[in-house]
Design a binder for this molecule. Structure first.
Ligand code: MG
Length: 343
């Protein structure tokens, strides 16, 4: 097995503004694993707040030696080896995990949602993200979001009601809101959640800073809407700790290290009676298509990362009637648009 990787910079269609940050590009590293006549693709996406960069991912991937493994069906051994190379580096690890899953799916000639036994028709509608912006741009973005039936709205500054009112002035579609840890006072947060419920809101993502465990647990016990952990739950080890603090978790491949861990987090969350959301970073169709393999098994899907960029090197998942669906191609179902991309 041969691993190849390439740094790449994604350009965002709009400046992407969250409660604490704003940016117009996202660094990614794309990976390729070759075995016999098969090629699997993977991706690491590194939004700045997770601490990985082109440099750290390249450094990590340079240490990965897949030649010691004869066969990609040693998936568990290979991923355990990769995990032990260094702690953290979850996006770098995800880029190997996704490429290996893609490779194996192609050898088996099945998409991963089929291998896992999920029924694609059960996939929930995907949300489409509207970042924090001026009134005019928000109205424009809502128009661009016409194919999507649920909008995800980034809140958590001091003008939350104004932003929602602007959106409500142009559409009555249901919204999901992501606070990105922006609310600091639990009583005010609860008041806002009751107000948001009247505005046809489906759930609240990461309302307060992840370290305010007692406040988050209080809010979850009182909230009329589901409270979903994002920043508060990164990998497998965090899921059990999230019970009674949140109603559900947002699984992202870049946080948890890839498809294997995401699948395990789903099982653990279900065993704990928790809801599950499936999210992504700004990513190419490669990593989003990998996540989409799990989408039929979750309550809420937020798989719009590839739609927010203007230079996607892959073709992959498709949006059909508001659902982000894995296609029926084997593996994760992606094709490089320029086949010389890695040269
Ligand atoms: Mg979030």
């Amino acid at each position: 097995m041969k691993l190849t990787f390439k740094s790449y910079t994604l350009h965002l269609k709009h400046q992407f503004t969250l409660a604490q940050s704003s940016r117009s590009t996202t660094p990614v590293v794309l990976t390729k694993i070759e075995y016999e006549n098969y090629v699997g693709y993977g991706e690491a996406s590194m939004p700045p707040y997770l601490g990985e960069s082109h440099e750290t991912v390249i450094k990590f991937l340079s240490k990965v030696d897949l030649k010691q493994f004869k066969d990609p069906f040693q998936l568990a051994d290979i991923l355990n080896y990769v995990d032990k190379i260094a702690p953290k580096n979850s996006a770098a690890k995800a880029s190997v995990d996704i490429a290996l899953h893609d490779l194996l799916g192609k050898i088996m000639n099945r998409a991963w949602y089929q291998i896992w036994g999920f029924t694609k028709e059960k996939t929930p509608l995907t949300t489409y993200t509207i970042g924090i912006d001026s009134e005019e741009v928000i109205r424009e973005k809502v128009k661009e979001a016409a194919p999507y039936k649920i909008l995800k709205v980034k809140l958590g500054r001091d003008n939350d009601k104004e932003i929602v009112k602007v959106i409500r002035s142009v559409t009555d579609k249901p919204i999901a809101v992501d606070i990105n840890q922006g609310w600091k006072d639990r009583e005010q947060a609860l008041d806002l959640i009751y107000w948001l419920k009247e505005q046809n809101t489906l759930f609240i993502e990461q309302p307060m800073p992840k370290d305010l465990i007692d406040d988050l647990a209080w809010l979850t016990s009182k909230s009329p809407l589901p409270i979903i952990a994002d920043e508060g739950v990164q990998g497998i080890a965090d899921v059990v700790k999230a019970k009674d603090i949140y109603h559900g978790i947002n699984i992202k491949l870049m946080k948890c290290g890839g498809m294997r861990n995401a699948r395990e987090m789903l099982s653990i969350a279900r065993a704990l009676g928790m809801q599950v959301m499936l999210g992504c970073m700004t990513e190419t169709s490669c990593a989003v298509s990998a996540a989409a393999q799990l989408a039929a098994a979750v309550d809420f899907a937020d798989l719009d990362g590839n739609l927010l960029i203007s230079n996607d090197p892959f073709d992959g998942l498709e949006v059909v009637k508001g659902k982000a669906l894995a296609n029926n191609e084997p593996g994760i179902g992606v094709d490089l648009i320029d086949e010389n991309f890695f040269d």
